[in-house]
Design a protein. Structure first.
Lengths: 285, 346
């Protein structure tokens, strides 16, 4: 019985456990593992204590000037420790696991943040990071950001009543277009702006046949700038990928934007969301 | 040296016996059917009745002409080129395990492609971008490997085929290392692109892309068929072939050059598609016989038929997503290969 109870409480604990957002002991040397965290620290004007970032931290431009601790999912314990950090803040996909275990054994504080790709998730992440570094984040003070959020909420709600379907293309080079399936940041972005994902029958980012894309008939398509850059321009991308046959291309509802700006779910994802949700609101009345 | 004319016959069909002609014909029928089947089936439904009556809607016609037809054609071409390269290289190296990948040409092409996928936007000026940049870079990679091969083996000659094989393996390893480094450098989305490309796909095909491929692959195949009789003679050993009047070095040059063109172009347009080049020639040999006049033609036709069919499966098995075609061919090819080895051993 006791065993059962312990097991059960473990289950509960697991369910209820969320990121520790309490104030860190010492924030004088911060190592960041995750692009959106770096972005948020800059957003909060608290970048002065960063000593190193991972390779996914490439926004804003100044973030690239820091020493790199490698890729967020393939960190090395000694590499991180050599920077003598007092605090490590990481995204929930930071790893590998054994490195995390090793880092936990050192006395350095390690905070792994939750990942919720939504407006609420972005706000929570910002407040959480604010708490950790001891800065009380008051969204009402940042009027333009708060305004963008409330605007986005209104438009997204309006959009969601219109049953608009979208598609996100990550890249296309020598294969069929690689698109966002279920449980991807691409789908989360579509949901955030009040639309549905046409490709909801498979998980993750997968190549989808051109015919299937035509058949799924999205109202609008989002393409990363990287994908279009490989073809020179958006127009030649549309032409050579066969996307130009879709209804979305005919109604000029294919938008290309910087991948991290809408898939990274940092503060600027709100702006990308606002931009695109406005566009589709105007298009589909 | 007068003798050599006997082996340089453009009427290579003379050396194909009646049974083999029948086999070739049935391969052709198979190819025809898989071609028609592939044109008729896809996630976008095009009713056959409409097709026969020429009553396609505008969109249906566009899907058929601009998406499906080039794709099926490319699958055919790549299948044929991998099949015939495999057969001719196995003949040249007198080694049943030879594979178009073995001389390092596909690794070279893969290296070129990975370079574009990972470092493309950094090092290549913007005006060069477009649909051709990936294939051109892949072809350059393949050519580089051929050049090295040529240089190291002093014109594919003098030092014997085993030497060339070893050089090929070494180049393969070298290319894999550089691909590994590029993989390490790549970002998340690049890595995804790279991985899917490596597994092979005909998804990117359009007319613009495949027209040069048609010319390159078809001309290589047509140039390879007439030398098939010489490959037969080579089976007696290099010195014996020399004595019988076959210019062995010239033969090596031709086989390597033509099959490298085939393989390089194929990899450039469709990524890495394994086991077709290895398994198809064995199948053809089992069915009809070992003389290369028959073997080369048969491998090309059967390769095309099987690849068209594999691509059809890759398109429809898990639609709307697509199964990489290289996965399919390897999934079928690897167990078959295992069976083959066990059978030979017995």
């Amino acid at each position: 019985m006791i065993k059962f109870f312990i097991f059960f409480s473990f289950l509960l604990l697991n369910k209820l456990s969320f990121a520790d957002c309490s104030k860190a002991r010492d924030t004088s040397r911060i190592v960041v593992a995750g692009g959106s965290i770096t972005e948020i620290l800059f957003f909060l004007n608290e970048s002065q204590n960063i000593v190193a970032v991972d390779t996914t931290s490439n926004y804003p431009k100044d973030a690239k000037n820091y020493p790199s601790i490698g890729y967020v999912r393939a960190l090395s314990t000694e590499g991180v420790l050599s920077l003598n950090p007092t605090l490590i803040i990481g995204e929930n996909d930071m790893g590998p696991r054994n490195v995390l275990e090793q880092l936990k054994k050192t006395k350095i504080e390690l905070r792994v943040l939750d990942e919720k790709n939504s407006i609420k998730g972005i706000k929570e992440k910002i407040s959480c990071i604010g708490n950790i570094i001891g800065k009380n984040v008051n969204f009402t003070k940042n009027i333009s950001f708060e305004k963008s959020i409330s605007k986005l909420k209104i438009i997204s709600k309006a959009n969601s009543k219109k049953n608009i379907k979208g598609l996100v293309i990550l890249m296309m080079q020598g294969t069929s277009p690689v698109v966002a399936g279920k449980n991807t940041s691409g789908e989360d972005f579509l949901k955030m702006i009040g639309s549905e994902n046409t490709m909801n029958s498979f998980e993750g980012w997968k190549p989808a046949g051109k015919e299937s894309i035509l058949l799924s008939n999205p109202n609008f398509i989002l393409v990363t700038q990287r994908a279009t850059k490989n073809y020179g321009s958006l127009n030649s991308f549309l032409k050579e990928s066969g996307i130009e046959m879709t209804e979305a291309a005919r109604t000029q509802s294919v938008f290309s934007l910087d991948g991290m700006s809408f898939l990274g779910f940092g503060p600027r994802t709100i702006n990308s969301g606002l931009e695109i949700s406005n566009k589709i609101y105007e298009k589909f009345k | 040296m007068k003798n050599s004319n006997n082996f340089n016959s453009f009427q290579f069909t003379r050396f194909i016996n009646f049974k083999q002609k029948f086999v070739l014909l049935s391969f052709l029928v198979l190819l025809f059917f898989s071609f028609i089947l592939s044109l008729g089936i896809g996630s976008f439904r095009i009713p056959i009745i409409n097709l026969i009556n020429f009553e396609l809607s505008d969109l249906e016609f566009k899907v058929l002409s601009e998406i499906r037809t080039p794709r099926v054609l490319l699958a055919c071409l790549v299948g044929a080129s991998l099949g015939i390269s495999g057969a001719s290289l196995q003949g040249l190296f007198r080694n049943p395990l030879a594979d178009p990948g073995l001389i390092g040409v596909s690794a070279g092409a893969a290296l070129g492609a990975s370079f574009v996928i990972v470092l493309g936007t950094k090092f290549i000026p913007e005006f060069l971008f477009g649909v051709f940049i990936l294939p051109i870079s892949a072809i350059s990679g393949a050519s580089l490997v051929i050049f090295f091969l040529y240089a190291f083996t002093s014109g594919f000659g003098t030092k014997g085929t085993t030497y060339m094989l070893l050089i090929g393996i070494a180049i393969n390893a070298l290319a894999s290392v550089i691909i590994g480094i590029l993989t390490y450098l790549s970002t998340d989305s690049q890595l995804r692109g790279l991985t899917f490309w490596m597994m092979g796909s005909f998804g990117a095909s359009n007319w613009l892309l495949i027209s040069p491929a048609i010319i390159l692959i078809l001309s290589s195949i047509l140039l390879m068929l007439p030398i098939s009789r010489k490959i037969d003679v080579l089976q007696l050993g290099e010195s014996e072939a020399l004595r019988l009047g076959v210019d062995v070095q010239n033969l090596k040059l031709k086989v390597v050059l033509f099959s490298a063109t085939c393989v390089g172009t194929s990899v450039a347009l469709s990524g890495m598609i394994g086991f077709v080049g290895l398994v198809v020639p064995h199948l053809v040999r089992l069915i009809g016989g070992v003389n290369h006049s028959f073997l080369l033609a048969g491998s090309a036709i059967l390769g095309a038929a099987l690849m068209t069919f594999a691509d059809l499966l890759s398109r429809i098995l898990i639609q709307p997503a697509e199964l990489p075609v290289g996965l399919l061919t390897s999934a079928i090819g690897a167990p078959f290969f295992l069976w083959l080895i066990i059978k030979i051993k017995r």
